[in-house]
Design a protein around this ligand. Structure first.
Ligand SMILES: Cc1ncc(COP(=O)(O)O)c(C=O)c1O
Length: 439
C-alpha cells in the first residue's frame, strides 16, 4: 500500500472525528471481508462493531457484491419522481413482510437521518390530512440519537450534537432517559427498574397539551447514547399513553432493525407495534446507502386524498429507491433469510451477554449493558477521566487488531450477525488486555 504514504489528508473533513488528531496519525482501512478489515499497514482487524452497527451480513458478502455489480451495469439510475423501476417495489414488499402487521407502506431515503426527517414530516402531514393540523409538536428523549438533520437533532437528546446549532425546531420536548447506575447497573437485558419513567410522558403531555402533539419518537433501545435497554414494560406503557391521546409513536430502528436484536425489528422482539418505523444500516448491510420508513397503512391512506392526478405528498429524494441500493437491499434480505442470520444472532445473544459481563470487576468499569448483539461498557472517571479512558481502550484494541467503538464515557460493541463465539472471545480478551494496560 505504498501509494498511501503520499495521500493528501488536507481536504477531507472527517465526520464526528477529532480531525487534527486523526490526521496526525490516521487509521485507514483499505479492504474488508467477513468479520475483518484490512488496514493500510496490512493488518487484519476484527470488526467488533459491524462498521457502524450496519454491516449486519459481514463485509463484502459475495451475494450482495454480485447483486450490486450486476445492477450498476444494467440500470444505474431510474428517475425517482413520476417514474420508478421494479426492484424498488420488490424491496418495499420484502420490507413490509418483515415489519409488524399493518405497517406496509414503505418510503425510501438514503440515510437514517433522512428516514427520521421523513417520519417527522409525514406525521405532521397525516394530522393535517385528518383535520388536526394543530398537532405540530414532537416529543423525543434524552440521550436519543436520530441523525444529524435539523428535525432529528431537535428531537435528539445528545448535548454536543445540539449545542452549536442554534434554537433548532420549536415545539419539542424530551422524555427523561432511563439510565441509572444506582438502580440498574450491570443489568442483563431489560432492567426491571425504570417503568415509572414512561409515566413522565403523561406529565409532559399535561404541560404541552396532548391535542397539540403530533408524535413521540424514541429508539426502542437507545443506541449511540449508550445502549440503554428499555426497562421491562416501558415501551408498552409509552405505546399505551400515545394511543390514549391519538399521538403517533415512531420507533427509530436505524440500529435495532434487521436482526440486531435477533428479530427483524425491535417492535417484533418487544411485541410493541408503533405507527411508524425508521430503518437504514442493516437494510443494505451498508454496502450502498439506503434508508426506509414503514408507515401504518392508515397513515398512508389518509394522505392519499384529493384528485388522483395530484401529488399527495410533497416529499422525496433524487435517490429514493435507487436501483443499486434496491438491488443491494434485496440481496441483503435474501442473505439474512438464507443464512438464518436473525436466528443466529438470537442464539449468540446469551454467549455475547456472558462474555461482555465478564468485564464486570475490571478497573473503572461502572456499568455494562446489553441486549441482542449490542452492548456498552461504561467507565467511571476515577482515577482517569472516563472519556480519556475509553479512547485509550479503543486505541489499544485497534493497535491489537480489534476495532471497538468509543463514544464519550463508554465503549460500544455491535458485531455482525455472522459473528461466531470465537470472535466474541477475541473481542473480550482484547478489551480486558486494553483495560489492564491502562489502569
Ligand atoms: C437510531 C438512529 N437514527 C438515525 C441515525 C442516523 O443515520 P445516518 O447516520 O445514516 O444518517 C442513526 C445513526 O447511527 C441512528 O443510530
Amino acid at each position: 500500500m505504498k501509494e498511501l504514504q503520499n495521500l493528501n489528508l488536507d481536504n477531507y473533513w472527517i465526520p464526528f472525528t477529532p480531525n487534527r488528531e486523526f490526521k496526525s496519525d490516521p487509521r485507514l482501512l483499505v479492504a474488508s471481508e467477513g468479520m475483518y478489515y484490512e488496514t493500510q499497514d496490512g493488518r487484519k482487524v476484527l470488526d467488533a462493531i459491524a462498521g457502524l452497527w450496519c454491516c449486519n451480513a459481514g463485509h463484502c458478502h459475495p451475494k450482495i457484491v454480485k447483486a450490486v455489480q450486476d445492477q450498476v451495469a444494467i440500470l444505474d439510475y431510474a428517475t425517482a419522481f413520476n417514474m420508478s423501476h421494479p426492484k424498488a417495489f420488490e424491496l418495499a414488499e420484502k420490507i413490509a413482510d418483515l415489519t409488524p402487521d399493518g405497517l406496509d407502506k414503505i418510503f425510501f431515503g438514503n440515510s437514517g437521518s433522512e428516514a427520521v426527517e421523513t417520519a417527522l414530516k409525514v406525521a405532521l402531514a397525516y394530522h393535517v390530512a385528518k383535520g388536526e393540523g394543530q398537532r405540530t409538536k414532537f416529543i423525543g428523549r434524552e440521550k436519543g440519537y436520530h441523525g444529524v438533520n435539523f428535525g432529528g437533532v431537535s428531537v435528539g437528546g445528545i448535548t454536543p450534537n445540539r449545542k452549536s446549532f442554534g434554537p433548532l425546531l420549536p415545539g419539542i420536548d424530551h422524555l427523561p432517559h432511563t439510565l441509572n447506575f444506582n438502580e440498574m447497573a450491570f443489568s442483563k437485558g431489560q432492567p426491571t427498574w425504570g417503568l415509572h419513567l414512561a409515566d413522565e410522558l403523561e406529565n409532559i403531555l399535561v404541560l404541552q397539551d396532548p391535542s397539540t402533539v403530533a408524535a413521540v419518537i424514541i429508539e426502542p433501545v437507545t443506541g449511540a447514547g449508550g445502549v440503554i435497554v428499555p426497562p421491562v414494560g416501558y415501551l408498552e406503557r409509552i405505546k399505551e399513553i400515545c394511543t390514549k391521546h391519538n399521538i403517533l409513536l415512531i420507533f427509530d430502528e436505524v440500529i435495532t432493525g434487521f436482526g440486531r436484536l435477533g428479530d427483524s425489528f425491535a417492535a417484533n422482539r418487544f411485541d410493541v407495534t408503533p405507527d411508524i418505523i425508521t430503518m437504514a444500516k442493516g437494510l443494505t448491510g451498508a454496502v450502498v446507502p439506503m434508508s426506509a420508513v414503514a408507515f401504518k397503512n392508515e397513515i398512508h391512506d389518509s394522505i392519499m386524498q384529493g384528485p388522483e392526478n395530484m401529488i399527495e405528498l410533497f416529499h422525496g429524494y433524487t435517490y429514493s429507491g435507487h436501483p443499486v441500493a434496491a438491488a443491494a437491499g434485496l440481496a441483503t434480505l435474501e442473505v439474512y433469510e438464507e443464512e438464518g442470520l436473525f436466528q443466529k444472532a438470537k442464539e449468540l445473544e446469551p454467549i455475547f451477554e456472558e462474555a461482555i459481563h465478564s468485564l464486570n470487576g475490571e478497573d473503572q468499569v461502572v456499568d455494562i449493558r446489553n441486549i441482542g448483539l449490542m452492548g456498552a461498557v461504561h467507565f467511571r472517571s476515577d482515577p482517569i477521566p472516563a472519556t480519556e479512558f475509553a479512547s485509550k481502550v479503543f486505541q489499544h484494541c485497534y493497535e491489537n487488531d480489534v476495532m471497538v467503538r468509543f463514544s464519550g464515557e463508554f465503549l460500544i460493541l455491535s458485531p455482525s450477525l455472522i459473528a461466531e463465539p470465537q470472535h466474541i472471545e477475541i473481542i473480550i480478551e482484547a478489551l480486558k488486555k486494553a483495560i489492564r494496560s491502562i489502569a
